[in-house]
Every structure is written in C-alpha cells, then in structure tokens.
Design a protein around this ligand. Structure first.
Ligand SMILES: [Fe+2]
Ligand SMILES: [Fe+2]
Length: 190
C-alpha cells in the first residue's frame, strides 16, 4: 500500500487527541516536506513519516514503549516497512542507523521544529521575521523550552551538512505557511 497524507493524518488523529502533539506532528511535517521538495524526494511519503513519527506518544508516553510499540500498530494498518523504519529511527534510544536522507531529515527536523515553535509562541509576530540569530540565542538559554534536546538540534544540522543558520532558516520558512494551524500569530491576524 502506498500511504497518503490523508491516511496518515487519519491514523495520527485517531491515536492522538492532544492539540500540542498534533501541532508537533504538523510542524515536523512541514519541515520534512520542505526538505523533500528541496531534495526532489517523495514528498507525500516523507510527510506521512513525519506525521506518524510520534503518533503513539499519547498512548505510549515512555521510552520503554515509544516509538517501538507503535510499529506493530502501523504494520497492522498496512503502512510499508520503509515508513515504519524511518519513523522508528527518530528515537535516539533505539540507536538505529540513520542511513537514508529521510531518516536524517526526520531526526534533524524533530527537535528543531519544536524549538522554533516555542520561539514563535513567545513572539508577538509568531515566527514571522524570526531570525536564526535569535533562535540560536534562545538555544543557549537552558531554561527556555527546556525539554528540547540542544545536542540533537546541533547534531541534526551536522547530519544534513548544513550550517545551523541554514537549517533554522529552512525550518522557519517551512513552518510559516501553517503558522495559524500551529497556534502562532501570523500576519493575517493583522
Ligand atoms: Fe518521539
Ligand atoms: Fe517528535
């Protein structure tokens, strides 16, 4: 079966009721989708992987279950192994090789999308005009969005062989069109 974005969204929302988790999925989807286009890859498949990477977090909120116990559910739903393997690979504790561009991109976008989102929530203009410089400054404040693993943000940019500035710019650009869906203020709000 070839998964569609619609199907992935349906699976996600069946298992995930929390608005913040859904927003996390959407933010990572936007970022991963941006890189799929940039690299000329299968954008719909990449988006599905991003949407589903934490689909089981609400039912499996601990690392002894997430994301590994989500895999049989995805298999049951008919998702291809390529998608399941890529989704699982985001978890550091599983220590799976990030041997495809999709796995690298997912890892690189996961924590940074969350962090950029957090930056946008405390700005009057959301993520509009959010510069890498100010994101980097916030990364150095351990108390800000303390749950975001800084080492993974830095490792992600390295994995993509991008400067942190470029990677931040890409993620901000990717998330801008869906700012409203992410609960961020946007220019349309006036
Ligand atoms: Fe996760
Ligand atoms: Fe995540």
């Amino acid at each position: 079966m070839r998964p569609t974005r619609e199907q992935a969204w349906e699976t996600l929302t069946r298992y995930t009721k929390s608005e913040s988790l859904r927003r996390h999925a959407l933010a990572v989807e936007a970022s991963v989708g941006f890189y799929a286009r940039l690299y000329g890859e299968d954008e719909e498949l990449w988006r599905c992987v991003a949407l589903l990477h934490d689909f089981d977090y609400e039912i499996h909120p601990t690392l002894d279950k997430h994301p590994q116990d989500g895999a049989p559910i995805l298999r049951e739903e008919g998702y291809p192994e390529e998608l399941i393997e890529a989704a699982l690979s985001h978890a550091e504790h599983l220590a799976m090789p990030r041997d495809t561009q999709l796995k690298k991109v997912l890892f690189a976008c996961d924590e940074l999308s969350g962090f950029v989102h957090a930056c946008g929530l405390v700005r009057p203009t959301g993520i509009n005009g959010l510069e890498p410089q100010s994101v980097k400054k916030k990364l150095k404040q351990p108390s800000f969005a303390a749950g975001v693993h800084r080492d993974e943000v830095y490792a992600g940019a390295e994995l993509l062989e991008l400067s942190l500035d470029e990677h931040i710019t890409n993620v901000v650009t990717a998330m801008q069109p869906i700012a409203k869906d992410l609960g961020l203020r946007s220019t349309e709000d006036g």
